[in-house]
Design a protein around this ligand. Structure first.
Ligand code: HEC
Ligand code: HEC
Ligand code: HEC
Ligand code: HEC
Ligand code: HEC
Length: 460
């Protein structure tokens, strides 16, 4: 063979190889396209937490994700931007409304606890890390790394700390002081926290949720529940949110993040759990009672409502589909559905927008009325207990006073559970009302005891 031919032959073989490879790549791509109709620009691994990198492959989802920085109010929800003069201590130029100024009764309820120093309206996911770093609550109390679980993209940090084992990493992270470990995270909740990078299917990445949902399922007779293998797609569309929008506490010295669901998801079942566990969050500054703080139990409360019963998921209302050309894309601007009623509600309810808004607000108006009545009763009861504050039950045991203080703890937790639930009654109107009624009942029992204590004190 002369040289010319040899080149031609090699060249020919090369052309055939290139064509064959192209064909194979094409077939492979079509197969993956069937599963996932996206044009992949970059390779995404299980170690990339930067949403901007994922955004190169999924620009629509990324664009809407960035819009969680938008702030807009509804009658009771959404969020509103208040200008803030940046300082060295707190460089934020806008903050959300200070709820303690809006309703000073909150300060009475939380007297002696970090929450009475700063408690703002929540806002979009874009702010979660920033707002946690700069809350005044970081200055009045030493917080553990546990706080980070729900305020940052922690998946890659769990892997790093646990040498690939996220549960081990989670347990380690909880024990490191917040001010040290916060430098190891960079982003608010990110793509990698909700999605498996190889398939883009939803996944749960928070060990606290994995453990807690396992207990809930075990109580329903389902053994060895593995949420990432056994949950249905519709369940996952609520579970990804239930990783953070839940009541929680830090257990013992390890500061482990625990969701108190062993007895069930209802407020009174959770209270029963705490009563048995003996956990307290702080000693009330005005009364000396050992009390609890409830936090954002959206997942628990939502599960008691008719929408959950009908199989509707958080994502149906808070991340509805939007059309982009011919594509149906999940709106990643997680926000109040009342800012987006045509997509969030009208897909299911064939009712005019104004009517849907009015139905939701009617539920919320009634809820707020009942909430306010209960709150006044609670504050009255706290004021009643003030006169016994200096009695140290360790030194001078008094069964009645111990009971009266315990009833404050119970009434306050039940009220706070509803107050901290951020839908203003919408997620489960009747359940919210039931829990408020239970709170009023505890206050009534407590006030009867206070009357007896006063009689003993004055002899009248
Ligand atoms: C049927 C629709 C629907 C479903 C499903 C739903 N929500 Fe909501 N959610 C609402 C409405 C309506 C509000 C009230 C918004 C307002 O007042 O602006 C709300 C409020 C909220 C808020 C406060 C938002 C704000 O702007 O103040 C959070 C947080 C929230 N929901 C989380 C969840 C979670 C987590 C789930 C699932 C466990 C869930 N929601 C399921 C309709 C829904
Ligand atoms: C189980 C998840 C979870 C943990 C753990 C958690 N948070 Fe949050 N946090 C949330 C959710 C959900 C919201 C938004 C809903 C709300 O504000 O009620 C929120 C809101 C906030 C806000 C904004 C509203 C406000 O209260 O001013 C701050 C600040 C905050 N958290 C600080 C902290 C600190 C400090 C810790 C640790 C002591 C902590 N968080 C631990 C889930 C969590
Ligand atoms: C808080 C959880 C959460 C985060 C964070 C999140 N997603 Fe999603 N994503 C969802 C949910 C829920 C769906 C709907 C999945 C379903 O219905 O099975 C979804 C769907 C998707 C899909 C499938 C197509 C579609 O639009 O329905 C893509 C692609 C996607 N997300 C990309 C991203 C990217 C890129 C980011 C980061 C910029 C991101 N997601 C962040 C929860 C999340
Ligand atoms: C990693 C924890 C985490 C996950 C997962 C998460 N959230 Fe949040 N969410 C937060 C925190 C923290 C805030 C408050 C941020 C702030 O105030 O700075 C928040 C705020 C919100 C708000 C208030 C937005 C506003 O504009 O007022 C809504 C609504 C909401 N989340 C719904 C959801 C839904 C629905 C899901 C599931 C698709 C979800 N969240 C998943 C932690 C989480
Ligand atoms: C995925 C479907 C779906 C979406 C999205 C949805 N709903 Fe519903 N809604 C239902 C179903 C199903 C029921 C129960 C109806 C029944 O079974 O009679 C219901 C019941 C209701 C009720 C009466 C029950 C109650 O809890 O008081 C109201 C009010 C309501 N929806 C308002 C809304 C609003 C407002 C939105 C948007 C924020 C919304 N829905 C979004 C399916 C949906």
């Amino acid at each position: 063979m002369n040289k010319k031919w040899m080149f031609a032959a090699i060249g020919g073989a090369a052309v055939v190889t290139v064509l064959l490879t192209a064909l194979l790549v094409n077939i492979f791509e079509r197969k993956t396209e069937g599963r996932n109709p996206f044009y992949r620009v970059v390779e995404i691994t299980d170690d990339i937490d930067d949403p901007a990198v994922w955004g190169k492959n999924f620009p629509h989802q990324y664009d809407s994700y960035l819009k969680t920085a938008d702030m807009k109010r509804t009658k009771y929800g959404g969020s509103e931007a208040f200008p803030h003069i940046p300082t060295d201590k707190d460089p934020r130029d806008v903050v959300a409304v200070q709820k303690l100024d809006e309703d000073p009764r909150l300060k009475t309820m939380w007297a002696g606890y970090a929450f009475s120093a700063d408690f703002r309206e929540e806002r979009g996911h874009a702010y979660m890390l920033l707002d946690q770093v700069f809350t005044e609550r970081q200055n009045v109390a030493k917080q553990p790394g546990t706080c980070l679980n729900c305020h940052a993209s922690t998946y890659t940090l769990y892997k790093k700390l646990g040498d690939g084992d996220i549960t081990k990493g989670f347990e380690k992270m909880n024990q490191i002081p917040y001010k040290e470990i916060v430098h190891s995270v960079k982003h608010p909740v990110s793509c990698i926290d909700c999605h498996d990078p190889s398939t883009m299917s939803l996944r749960v990445t928070r060990p606290a949720f994995m453990e807690a949902i396992k207990t809930v399922k075990a109580n329903q007779g389902i053994k060895e529940y593995d949420v990432n293998k056994m949950a249905t797609r519709q369940e996952m569309r609520s579970f990804v949110c239930g990783q953070c929008h839940v009541e929680y506490y830090f257990k013992g010295d390890t500061k482990k993040l625990v969701y108190p669901w062993a007895k069930g998801l209802k407020a009174d079942q959770i209270l029963e759990y705490y009563q048995e566990d003996g956990h307290k969050d702080w000693v009330h500054a005005l009364t000396g009672a050992k009390v609890l703080k409830a936090q954002h139990p959206e997942f628990e409360m939502f599960n008691q409502g008719s929408h959950a019963r009908a199989g509707v998921a958080c994502v149906d209302c808070h991340m509805p589909y939007q059309r982009v050309g011919a594509m149906k894309v999940t709106d990643h601007q997680v926000r109040s559905p009342l800012l987006n009623i045509d997509k969030a509600c009208q897909t299911c309810h064939n009712v005019p927008e104004a009517e849907l808004k009015s139905r939701a607000e009617t539920i919320q108006d009634r809820h707020m009325e009942l909430r306010n009545v209960t709150f006044d009763a609670l504050v009255d009861y706290i004021n009643d207990l003030k006169e016994f504050k200096d009695i140290d039950l360790e030194k001078s045991p008094n069964k009645k006073l111990a009971q009266a203080r315990d009833l404050q703890k119970q009434a306050q937790f039940l009220f706070d559970f509803v107050e901290a639930e951020n839908s203003s009654g919408f997620h489960a109107p009747q359940e919210s009302a039931r829990v408020l009624a239970l709170s009023i009942e505890k206050i009534r029992q407590g006030q009867k005891i206070v009357a007896e204590l006063r009689k003993e004190k004055t002899g009248k």
